[in-house]
Design a protein around this ligand. Structure first.
Ligand code: 5GP
Length: 209
């Protein structure tokens, strides 16, 4: 018998608004719990160690990696990111679903390890919107924006690996969060217009923007 999924894999282009969607999901649906990743990135203003990430040095990250502490890990734009196994174990004991907000490389690793997940990719309607959102964040250097956009174009090709792709239109974060929960529990969708029906075709269209 297959077990009920206990992981929500949530990926999306950097700058697409994953954090806002995730905040809506976590504050409105107690069945989901976050997983705090380890990262070697420099904290952004307002980010808190132990809340947004556990910020650590490369040496400390590599030591944890050697010990096998991570379910998955990746190097993204020059920094390490990893999901500690302990986060999932803790949530599972409490009967809660762990949300893994991770990029495509880490997501692929998790998909190869287990079947107990629902996978969702958050996209936007075109790349101009993504660039505008990255610039609007005003925390990224030009170099970081360039790297994140280049990474997004590569990630685009991996969308067909996900079970669902949602478009995070401006001001629809709460609706997107509700849709994620409904997809996870196989419930009727309140906002079916947010779901991409043909992922291959969507990739083609987006790649031309
Ligand atoms: P940011 O630097 O913008 O916070 O995150 C960059 C990317 O790394 C985002 O796509 C985010 O989802 C992803 N990410 C954050 N934590 C992890 C993790 O533990 N593992 C993986 N594979 N990706 C992560």
């Amino acid at each position: 018998m297959t077990e009920k999924p206990n992981l929500l894999i949530l990926s999306g282009f950097a700058g697409v608004g994953k954090d806002t969607v995730l905040n809506h999901l976590l504050s409105n649906d107690a069945r989901f719990a976050p997983s705090i990743s380890f990262s070697t990135r420099t904290p952004r203003p307002k980010e808190i160690d132990g809340v947004d990430y556990y910020f650590i040095t490369r040496d400390a990250f590599e030591a944890k990696l050697k010990r096998g502490d991570f379910l998955e890990h990746t190097e993204f734009c020059g920094n390490y990111y990893g999901t500690p196994r302990s986060e999932i174990e803790r949530n599972a004991k409490l009967g809660r679903i762990t949300v893994l907000e991770i990029e495509t490389d880490g997501a692929t690793q998790v998909m190869e390890l287990t079947d107990n997940y629902v996978s969702i990719f958050l996209a936007m309607e075109n790349f101009e919107t993504l660039e505008a959102r990255l610039r609007g964040r005003a925390t990224e250097t030009e170099e970081s924006i360039r790297m994140r956009l280049a990474k997004a174009r590569k990630e685009l090709l991996l969308l067909p690996r996900y079970q669902h792709v949602l478009v995070n239109y401006n001001n629809r974060a709460a609706d997107v969060a509700k849709t994620i929960s409904q997809l996870f529990f196989n419930e009727p969708l309140s906002y079916p217009e947010l779901c991409v029906s043909d992922i291959e075709e969507f990739v083609q269209t987006l790649s031309k923007t």
